[in-house]
Design a protein around this ligand. Structure first.
Ligand SMILES: CC(C)(COP(=O)(O)OP(=O)(O)OC[C@H]1O[C@@H](n2cnc3c(N)ncnc32)[C@H](O)[C@@H]1OP(=O)(O)O)[C@@H](O)C(=O)NCCC(=O)NCCS
Length: 144
């Protein structure tokens, strides 16, 4: 089993490489180095990576808004799948949330990512059909 440890900003390049090379995962503005630094600072000790011989093979990011937890970017390199790595990462994230008293957690999955849907449903996560997510992007000056 790969070694699991807390993700730091030093892992940023390796994590984004993993994301870039994994079908079903997309990199967005919110995944910039600056935004990731802010995320890790606001959610200390809640995101994790798995490594083998110093090489990163899996990651999972986790944060919260004070009431609910949010999981992002779970991915495991194909050669290390079906060994319990994803479950171990999710468990570490859920434990870190529970330590703050947060027991409910959400995550987004692209509708096209059927394999991920099977994974989450297989682990007892409930597909919400009662909620539509709305998003809005404010345009303009980044410093506003
Ligand atoms: C989905 C993913 C993270 C699973 O990682 P993994 O390390 O292979 O998962 P685990 O070995 O911890 O599997 C745990 C359980 O889920 C099952 N499982 C794993 N992948 C599954 C899949 N694609 N479909 C259905 N079940 C799956 C395992 O059989 C195991 O079952 P068990 O608890 O009954 O033994 C991995 O396939 C992946 O990185 N996929 C590409 C990225 C991605 O789509 N991420 C999700 C974005 S929301």
């Amino acid at each position: 089993m790969p070694n699991i440890r807390i993700m730091t900003l030093d892992d940023y390049d390796a994590v984004t490489d993993l994301m870039r090379n994994t079908p079903g995962i997309s990199l967005r503005d919110a995944d910039s180095r600056e935004a990731t630094a802010r995320y890790l600072e606001r959610n200390p000790g809640m995101s994790f990576v798995a490594e083998v011989g110093g090489v990163l093979v899996a990651c999972m990011m986790c944060g919260h808004d004070g009431r609910r937890g949010y999981l992002q970017h779970l991915l495991v390199l194909p050669a290390y799948r079906r060994q319990g790595v994803a479950n171990a990462l999710v468990e570490r994230c859920l434990t870190s949330l529970a330590q703050l008293g947060i027991r409910k957690c959400h995550l987004d999955v692209f509708k096209t990512n059927e394999s991920a849907a099977r994974y989450w449903q297989g682990q007892g996560w409930q597909l919400r059909t009662d909620i539509d997510r709305y998003s809005f992007t404010r345009q303009g000056d980044d410093n506003a």
